[in-house]
Design a protein around this ligand. Sequence first.
Ligand SMILES: [Zn+2]
Length: 366
Amino acid sequence: MGERYAKQTILPEIGREGQVALGKARVLCVGAGGLGCAVLPYLAGAGVGKITIIDDDRVDASNLQRQVLFGESNLGELKAIAAARRLANLNPDIRIEARPERLDSGNAKVLFETHDLVIDGSDNFATKYLAGDASVKFGVPLVYGSATGLEAMVSLFLPGSGPCLRCLFPEPPTGWVPNCAEAGVLGPLVGAAGCVQAIEAIKLLAGRPGSGLESLCGRLWVMDGRDLAVRRMAIRRSPDCPVCSGSPANIELQGPGPRVREIGPGEIDRLKQPVLVDVREPREFVEGHIPGAINRPLSALQSGQARLPDAGTCVVYCASGNRSRQAIELAGSNPGVDLRNLRGGIVAWEGAGNVRVVPDSAERAV
Ligand SMILES: [Zn+2]
């Protein structure tokens, strides 16, 4: 076993037995974003025998604030591939598999059934619910994590003993939809959540029974970044939970929605006469938008008062790319129109050296 794991095998709570158990463990990490970038190096460093990373996204500049596995040289690369390469360098003794795809209702079965533990490192509730439901359906423990604004949350869902994600959040919590990620997040706060997920995963996989370790099963760990207060709240199994109160075989996996095609800020010029659609609210639109853009606020799309164009090529954008993704998912599939989500939104577009036009000053200039 050597020196590599000496600092943890010396812990009575882990020991050599725990290390052997880690070496046999297979962990699936859903997402290689802010949470995944914090969890993954610790799991690799600890000697988890097999790590699978599933993520279909590519690294862009707006990720580097918190996705610490990546650097400038990784821009444009698939996150799963870039992360796997970093982990292989960190620990050559373990097996690492990169899957540059999305977790969906089709691949969930084989992925969950071939792993002992799943880490939720996703950034959207469609994927979180899919991972939560699959965890119950296939009986695989799930370490849940999230970080929005200045709040980090972690929990452990153990199928058959304790609540599931749907018991905790029957609906996506406030602050998540529709405008969640536009609210922003502090990089190290995501890292803190990911580190707590890694602790929980290692405890579960390697912890010696009876050594005084307590899991987060039935508890929600919450850290408030404003005053760094940490709470552990009891969460209970809901007797009428639509997912964990019935037979696992009857759980129907759903989502996430259809794949949304993306486009980088530097690629817009290559499109032939694209229509630029800004789905932010009117007050955001008047503060400045991409020249030539039309405003179709997400709220109006959701209430049916507005629609996205149904022909041609359209670049849909918001502040950072989440509301525009929802707008495209809402539009559903229509082969007559090529809807592209502007990766990183107007923030990334400006970061690429472009300047937004402010309607008032533009009028004055005329
Ligand atoms: Zn439940």
